[in-house]
Design a protein around this ligand. Structure first.
Ligand code: UTP
Length: 288
């Protein structure tokens, strides 16, 4: 059993129906924010937080993700010939080390909990991170790094955001045991509660540090909200057996699983880039 977090799971088996027709043949996780696919933001965040093994839970129609993290010799040769050293370095640096990536398939998209369960043999007895590519963060310190810096090597942790109003019903929500500064001890969790019944304002967002204990619940294949095998239910059970904490994340999160969140992320990340900022801001000013 290893308590330092060196493995990460990237569940990318979902259908991405909110982005049809774009996602009919293209994986949602390959949609770009400016010029980089969502999944690459997540992989870079994991690598910079110390992750060494990258486990993708894919599904049908997701081979573009495997190709993206593979070497394209033709492209490398072409960029070399044209002296495009920046682009060449970007391509080379974005590739995980040989043997660091593993792929397994979720044969049917039965829910996020089921996707994580599909990685159980690759996880074994290790504590592991989960990153949902849909959520990307703009922050001084990356979301996963904030979590790993606060993680004491026992139990698990989820990233949380305080959500005001009825929007809380779109999330997995914490039932709070007690709070200590940025950390919130979890008593339980509820998936997509009715607004008036939400146990708190703390919503789980797409980063997790999990223990293999969670597979004991997921092994039972119990369906929850939306007739899906929910990670939230598995977390709620695990938090009753081990210490699980929510960590309030500093920075801005973009929910790129929704159209508005995705478009906002493109604008914010473009404005953050020296080569694009002026042009984008000038264009946006024409609307005001
Ligand atoms: P979402 O809940 O956003 O579902 O999944 P989705 O299918 O991707 O998108 P919509 O709602 O139809 O538009 C959150 C993350 O969990 C993964 C998705 O790929 C996404 O990264 N996921 C979801 C799976 O890997 N398998 C599943 O069965 C469900």
């Amino acid at each position: 059993m290893r308590n330092s977090v060196k493995k990460a799971v990237f569940p990318v088996g979902g259908m991405g129906t909110r982005f049809l027709p774009a996602t009919k043949a293209l994986p949602k996780e390959m949609l770009p924010i400016v010029d980089k696919p969502l999944i690459q933001y997540a992989v870079e965040e994991a690598a910079s937080a110390g992750i060494e093994e990258f486990i993708f839970v894919t599904g049908r129609g997701k081979t573009a993700i495997e190709d993206h993290f593979d070497q394209s010799s033709e492209l490398v040769n072409l960029l070399r010939k044209r002296n495009k050293s920046n682009e060449l370095n970007n391509i080379i640096n974005s590739m995980p080390k040989p043997g660091a990536v593993a792929y397994t398939r979720q044969q049917e998209p039965l829910g996020l909990g089921h996707a994580i369960w599909c990685a159980r043999n690759l996880i074994g007895e290790d504590t592991f991170a989960v990153l949902l590519a849909d959520d990307i963060f703009m922050s001084k310190k990356s979301c996963l790094k904030q979590m790993i810096d606060q993680y004491d090597g026992t139990g698990g942790m989820v990233a949380v955001e305080e959500i005001e109003g009825e929007e809380i019903s779109s999330y997995g929500v914490l039932d709070v045991d007690y709070k200590e500064l940025k950390k919130i001890k979890i008593k339980g969790l509820v998936e997509k509660p009715i607004f008036k019944e939400a146990p708190s304002k703390y919503a789980v967002v797409g980063r997790y540090i999990l223990t293999p204990k969670i597979f004991e619940y997921l092994d039972k294949q119990i369906k929850g909200t939306g007739d899906e095998i929910q990670l939230t239910d598995a977390l709620s059970w695990t938090a009753k057996h081990e210490d699980y904490f929510g960590l309030k994340i500093e920075g801005e999160r973009f929910d790129c699983g929704s159209k508005v969140g995705y478009l906002r992320a493109n604008i914010a990340f473009a404005i953050d880039r020296d080569d694009l900022s002026n042009d984008i801001l000038n264009y946006l000013r024409t609307f005001i």
